[in-house]
Design a protein around this ligand. Structure first.
Ligand code: YSA
Length: 346
């Protein structure tokens, strides 16, 4: 009796297994080689009929081949399953479906308000420029007639960037310049006058910062719109008319306004504007006639040129525009509040 050729059996099995490319072919292969009537099973069963001398080697070899073929079968089956799931996933992508929408951002209500205010000023003939938020103390204070140690500096609680020179300047020496987060947009009056000549009609929107406790009408970060108008023959009635015209265009003609005297070192005279807000008045801006010394320091003849300036609080205008009674909602980052402005016009 011829001995079984295990090497030939293995070669056949491996070739056919590699060619099996679906579940039915795999099943067929298993039946053919490892099933009850399979080729390898037949060899194992026939071991007992072999000559005694051949039994151990063939029995051992056939058993080892059984393990090898079972492992090869598992490997092949897994490879086929992996390939099938990739193909299935590819087939299940429906490119005609509408894309899943991503959450979309929107403009902040203060930005919407600022842009709407800019639009009204543009219609009124103003140019728009911006200036640095990190400012030198000379622009924020000194050149606006607020020297060091002047009590008027206390009007603006300041967030300094450079520390105060601990030892102080040597006797008779100028103190070193210091940077701060600008407390108002007024320093841009000085910067603009350095590079422009009248007629000047410009607004400067931007963020300002104050080391200030917050309450319903005060934030430590605020947005201002500075205004500067300089020309021959500009008068206080021009200031009043411009501001009232702006406020009525922006918030409506029925609004009640109130001008009162106010003090700012860089104007003479100075004023503030309040708007009726429920049962009380909300101060929305400071203003005044540009101080003649500032006009002169800019190299202009104050006998010939006069002007006015103002600084508006954009958050306060946003409160009036949207009927919001607490400024702190704007920067609390609560989406339930902010999402109410989705789709609002500027
Ligand atoms: C005055 C005269 C000028 O010729 C030009 C500008 C000015 C305004 C001056 N620079 C200034 O900052 N004045 S102010 O301190 O009274 O602020 C002006 C406006 O900014 C206020 O009327 C208010 O509307 C807003 N504001 C001030 N501090 C605020 C604030 N808004 C929110 N939070 C704060 N902490």
């Amino acid at each position: 009796m011829a001995l079984p050729d295990l090497a030939a059996l293995e070669a056949d099995a491996r070739r056919e297994l590699a060619a099996a490319s679906d579940a039915a072919a795999l099943d067929g292969w298993r039946t053919r080689y490892l099933g009850r009537k399979g080729r390898l099973t037949g060899v194992l069963r026939g071991v007992r009929d072999l000559p005694a001398a051949d039994r151990p080697a063939i029995g051992k070899g056939a058993n080892a081949l059984k393990g090898t073929l079972e492992a090869a079968f598992d490997e092949r089956r897994e490879a086929l399953l992996r390939g099938a799931s990739v193909a299935q996933a590819a087939a299940s992508v429906d490119v005609t479906l509408p894309a899943r929408s991503l959450p979309q951002g929107q403009l902040h209500p203060v930005t919407l308000t600022r842009r709407a205010m800019e639009g009204v000023f543009r219609e009124m003939g103003f140019d728009i420029v911006e200036g640095p938020e990190v400012e030198w103390d000379s622009y924020n204070f000194d050149r606006l007639r607020i020297p060091r140690d002047h009590p008027a500096r206390d009007m603006w609680d300041t967030i300094w960037i450079d520390p105060e020179d601990a030892g102080g300047p040597a006797e008779g020496a100028e103190p070193p310049p210091r940077r701060l987060l600008r407390t108002h947009t007024s320093p841009m009056q000085i910067r603009y006058l350095e590079t422009h000549r009248p007629p000047i009609r410009v607004i400067v929107p931007g963020a300002c910062y104050r080391y200030e406790a917050t309450d319903a009408t005060h934030e430590w970060m605020l947005t201002q719109i500075e205004g500067l108008v300089i020309d021959e023959g500009v008068s206080f009635p021009n200031l009043k008319g411009t501001l009232e015209s702006f406020v009525h265009r922006f918030l409506g003609p029925d609004l009640e306004t109130r001008f009162r005297c106010d003090y700012f070192p860089f104007v003479e005279p100075g004023a503030e504007l309040g708007i009726r807000w429920g049962g009380r008045w909300l101060e929305v801006l400071g203003a005044g006639m540009v101080h003649p010394e500032i006009i002169e320091a800019a190299g202009l003849d104050p006998e010939r040129y006069t002007g006015f300036a103002f600084g508006m609080g954009v958050e306060r205008f946003a409160m009036l525009r949207y009927g919001i009674d607490d400024i702190r909602y704007f920067y609390a980052n609560d989406l339930r509040f902010l999402e109410q402005f989705r789709g609002s016009a500027t």
